[in-house]
Ligand binder design. Structure first.
Ligand SMILES: [Zn+2]
Length: 112
């Protein structure tokens, strides 16, 4: 698993555990603060370093950006998320209900 992919999974996990409600808005700074509580997360990472990952979850159809104020981006979920387990790579997969049921962990791509 690459670190990019690893961080992406952590972001999805944090959203699932803290903001799994379609009426709740949350921002990239809040997510970063929650990521920093994860033991495995590199604490030197800044919100700018995560720009690609936030872009990715927007492009993948998990969240939409509803507002932006300088570097702070506000998001909302398109749909409630669920936690699945991929039997092929034995990883947790956190998906929005209207996202394709495909494991996004690197080099896996299995249908869940
Ligand atoms: Zn997998």
């Amino acid at each position: 698993m690459t670190s990019q992919n690893f961080i992406l999974t952590l972001i999805r996990k944090v959203i699932f555990e803290n903001f799994n409600d379609i009426d709740v808005r949350f921002n990239n700074d809040e997510i970063l603060n929650l990521l920093k509580k994860e033991e495995v997360f590199d604490k030197t990472i800044t919100v700018d370093d995560l720009e690609t990952q936030f872009k990715k979850i927007e492009d993948d159809g998990l969240v939409r950006c509803i507002a932006q104020n300088f570097t702070t981006k506000w998001f909302k979920l398109y749909d409630i998320m669920e936690k699945l387990n991929c039997n092929s790579c034995n990883s947790d997969v956190f998906l929005g209900n209207d996202e394709p049921r495909i494991c996004y962990n690197n080099e896996c791509g299995s249908t869940l």
